[in-house]
Design a binder for this molecule. Structure first.
Ligand SMILES: C[S@@+](CC[C@H](N)C(=O)[O-])C[C@H]1O[C@@H](n2cnc3c(N)ncnc32)[C@H](O)[C@@H]1O
Length: 285
């Protein structure tokens, strides 16, 4: 049994309801009834760190100090599971369709890719690898990858770009040699072998904090948006709202990739045509 399980605070029904509302309002994440244990487990360490005895006290604390507490609050509830080349068909689509078409259009055009909900960064690094594979001189061109997430702990790990060796099991050694360097990471106070993304990969990517349910600071358009395994945490109205927001950042001909279990019924009305496995084309008009 680990420390977090030892020190769990009681979570009454009314407290769970209040936490669900706060989570929905601040992150868009819609927690079902079945997530009560998860809420208890995820937030109990924070109550302990603040020296609070009950969820009622914590809820009051969050309401009174939201600006200070919001990072801890949001970081506690996000689910950050990710991996290198997860749902690899989207990278194949980039390599076989999007990047060749972009290359055909000639030098001088911008290429902008956004990993929205990038978690600890593996998705963004895989995007950069795919780009460099097809466009070895990408650094000399106007190519940028934006990677954003709500969770600041994830972003810190993403910026460092170091991952335990076991995460690389499915990657060919030649790819590891080309894009990563030997490194170490600390896991529960233990030093573990790791690989860290090299400067070539890092130079293409900008990691920033961005909450998808709040305003977005970027200007300009994205040729490709990867927003995978993020919509599953949102209810349908929130999904449609974000999809509409995406559509204002994409011109006709651009692409959007969602996660394997994510279908948005209103996508066609918003201007996204499903053209492949969870792959959408931004239509005109
Ligand atoms: C399961 S991970 C998906 C990571 C990656 N896209 C993938 O498919 O492997 C979901 C990510 O969405 C982020 N997230 C959840 N709600 C968010 C919000 N409102 N704004 C931005 N990111 C959010 C979480 O912090 C988490 O890192």
């Amino acid at each position: 049994m680990d420390q977090d399980q030892l020190y769990q605070c009681e979570l009454r029904g009314s407290e769970f309801a209040a936490i669900r509302t706060l989570v929905l309002e601040s992150t868009g994440i819609s927690l079902s009834e079945s997530k009560r244990e998860l809420v208890k487990r995820r937030f109990s360490p924070r109550l302990r760190a603040l020296g609070l005895d009950s969820f009622t006290d914590y809820i009051e604390y969050v309401k009174q100090n939201f600006d200070q507490e919001s990072s801890h609050f949001c970081n506690a509830i996000t689910t950050n599971l990710t991996s290198f080349f997860r749902e690899s068909h989207h990278y194949d689509f980039l390599e076989q369709v999007v990047l060749p078409a972009w290359l055909k259009q000639g030098r001088g055009r911008k290429l902008r890719i956004w990993s929205a909900g990038c978690s600890t960064g593996q998705e963004a690094y895989c995007l950069a690898i795919t780009v460099l594979k097809m466009i070895p001189d990408a650094h000399q061109r106007d190519i940028r990858i934006l990677a954003t997430d709500l969770d600041e702990n994830c972003l810190a790990k993403a910026r460092r770009g170091a991952y335990e060796v076991r995460e690389f099991e499915k990657l060919p050694q030649s790819m590891i040699n080309e894009y990563f360097e030997r490194d170490h990471v600390m896991v529960k106070s233990m030093k573990r072998d790791a690989y860290m993304a090299n400067d070539h990969l890092k130079a293409l990517i900008t990691f920033n904090k961005l909450n998808l349910v709040q305003s977005w600071p970027m200007h300009g358009q994205f040729d490709v948006i990867f927003c995978r395994n993020v919509f599953i945490y949102f209810d349908k109205p929130t999904q449609e709202k974000i999809l509409k927001h995406f559509s204002t950042y994409q011109v006709p001909g651009a692409h959007l990739c969602l996660g394997h279990s994510e279908t948005v019924p209103g996508a066609a009305a918003i201007g996204y045509e499903l053209i492949g496995k969870t792959t959408y084309l931004r239509k005109g008009g």
